[in-house]
Design a protein around this ligand. Sequence first.
Ligand code: ADP
Ligand code: MG
Length: 397
Amino acid sequence: MGIIVQKFGGTSVATDETRLNVIDKITAAKEKGENVVVVVSAMGRKGSPYATDTLLSLAPHLGLREKDLLMSCGELISACVLASQLTEKGHEARVLTGAQAGIVTNDNFGDANIIAVNPGEITSCLADDVIPIITGFQGISESGNVTTIGRGGSDTTAAIVGEAIKADGIEIYTDVNGIMTADPRVFPQAKVIDNISYSEVFQMADSGAKVIHPRAVEVARRAGIPLYIKNTFSNDEGTAILHCPKYESTVLEGEVCKVITSIAHKNNRIQFILEQSSMEDVTIFPLLADSGVSLDIINIFPDKKVFTVDSKHFNGVVKVLEQCNIHYTAIKDCSKVTLIGERMTGVPGVMAKIITALQNENIPLLQTADSLTTIACLIYRKDLERAVDVLHRIFEI
Ligand code: ADP
Ligand code: MG
């Protein structure tokens, strides 16, 4: 008998009715003879009564330690409600908080790192043939404080638990049919990808594809456990994330269109332009780093500096620039569109194709960045849908 970790996101555990689909997934795996370990997120999405943001809005003046305590309640409520419904259907379940599941973190409230997992309670549930339901997104620090591990953290909980109990598979259940070639909310014609490598999904997740948290992909890759993204509300196969063999064929001339496998995006970008800026102005970068601002895209020229940040860092950047008496222009409401493809390394003409396509659609390109396997373009948010549409088309993704 194998062990499967099944993680259910907010929309999956939102109502009595949706939880029936969750119970179907759990029981189907058990009927196949699997041991099932369940990880849940808080119920519903933004605006739902027990969603993380709603809980936070109840107590806006809390300090970091208490904020983590409050946020951790969302998953606890969700786990208890699911356990109750499982009991009603005749299945024995035991709710485990992060602490009870043995998830030990550092003390970095709100974005804690998991440093150890002691899965004794989980394995004893399985030995008793009881379904463990673990509250996602949280752990306990060595000093005994409840901590949370950052938004999207339940995916990481599932992966790290899977690693600790040597699971045979980690299934992430959500509201789409798998990993798609672009976010279906921005590009409804996006297609489901059947198989994809850890590294490619990591790039997608890191570039903003919210369907899976990048840390979860990293952990699953490290443990060598297959990760599946599936729809709670369908019986589709979903996406399998594995160590895919390296592409064997080299890209031939004229095949530039086949090198991109997906497009991801991040909204809420703000671009800062420092015109007439001198070489000495580079001193702002250590100051920005010290104030916790992480830069997204950055380009430095002798007489000009351009960088992009998440809008949450806007005030932090403005403070540093004003402190240093530096004039700037800020362009708000930008989006970063990233094209991902492991085969693009060394293929000429990819960037040229992007620039031409955006120009033909009258979409201004504000900034670019590239790595071996990604090309990112900063554009206005209002152009996002059109940009993803044209790029998806010209690269025949
Ligand atoms: P959950 O609450 O189940 O964790 P999330 O909202 O975190 O769900 O993730 C699922 C959402 O991810 C989908 O509804 C979809 O809009 C979004 N998404 C973004 N990029 C992609 C992609 N490439 N493939 C599939 N879904 C994506
Ligand atoms: Mg998620």
